[in-house]
Design a protein around this ligand. Structure first.
Ligand SMILES: NC(=O)c1ccc[n+]([C@@H]2O[C@H](COP(=O)([O-])OP(=O)(O)OC[C@H]3O[C@@H](n4cnc5c(N)ncnc54)[C@H](O)[C@@H]3O)[C@@H](O)[C@H]2O)c1
Length: 248
């Protein structure tokens, strides 16, 4: 099992859901975890859960779409911790609607948070990582960014964009020893999906070769691998955690 030593990881949108599971897995692997989310209160609660378990965690609140606030946040992180080894762009939202009914606000909100937010945080992180000549950036995309989905054109465009963004950054940053990869989760059981009727999840399971939904920790364990030296020759890739739903 991977053990991190003096390793600092910032995870956006990590007060709950997949982001929090990623934080837990890194913390359990010995990393210093920097929880970041939009609600200061939720950040505090998440940090307390980790520190109560004996893990090393610190909290930062902010909105990934606010470039000036992110500039300050990254500067504060470097003042507090001296370096940043890994950024995980996990903050994301959905605003589903059929295309004919989709409002411009629904389009813009999803593209802003999922794609522009990742651009803003990646730019700030790379400024630090290029000087360190070390870093791993992991973008949480989605299988929807690979295969599309009716009612999610905005979300699919944001995640497909994130996958293309990942490849471009990987090419730009490779000479500075900064790797950039994307993770594409499939159907993952979170608080949101846990409320789906059993009949609906059974229907989903039928199209998944491994016949079940994934857990947030399935995603988290791949992130640990992509952050560690075990993946030191892997960059620009999009790896699906989807029970075989997408194969290419
Ligand atoms: N749940 C799934 O099945 C699934 C599947 C594929 C991909 N994903 C992706 O995984 C990521 C996490 O999803 P989740 O299911 O845990 O969602 P979630 O809604 O439970 O968590 C998202 C977190 O991001 C935070 N956030 C939202 N906007 C923000 C902003 N502007 N700035 C900072 N933080 C912000 C939220 O407060 C929340 O804590 C997302 O990028 C999502 O698109 C999820």
């Amino acid at each position: 099992m991977t053990r991190f030593n003096d390793y600092k990881v910032l995870i956006t949108g990590s007060a709950r859901g997949i982001g929090f599971a990623i934080a837990e897995r890194f913390a359990a692997s010995g990393a210093t975890v920097l929880i970041m989310d939009i609600s200061a209160e939720a950040v505090q609660t998440a940090v307390k859960k980790l520190t109560d378990s004996g893990f090393i965690a610190f909290g930062y609140s902010g909105n990934v779409t606010d470039s000036a606030a992110m500039e300050e946040l990254f500067a504060k992180i470097i003042r507090d911790h001296g370096k940043l080894d890994c950024l995980i762009n996990n903050a994301g939202i959905t605003r589903d609607n059929l295309l004919l009914r989709m409002k411009e606000e629904e389009w813009s909100a999803v593209l802003d948070i999922n794609l522009k937010g990742s651009f803003i945080c990646t730019q700030k992180a790379f400024k630090v990582m290029m000087k360190q000549r070390f870093g791993s950036i992991i973008n949480i995309a989605s299988v929807i960014g690979i295969m599309g989905n009716a009612g999610q054109a905005n979300y699919a465009a944001s995640k497909g964009g994130l996958i293309a963004f990942t490849k471009s950054c990987a090419k730009e940053f490779a000479s500075r020893n900064v790797r950039v990869n994307a993770v594409a989760p499939g159907f993952i059981v979170t608080e949101m999906t846990a409320t789906l009727p059993e009949a609906v999840t059974a229907e989903y399971a039928k199209v998944i070769p491994l016949s079940r939904m994934g857990s947030p920790d399935d995603v988290a364990r791949l992130c640990v691998f992509l952050a560690s030296d075990d993946s030191s020759y892997i960059t620009g890739q999009t790896i699906a955690v989807d029970g075989g739903l997408t194969m290419h």
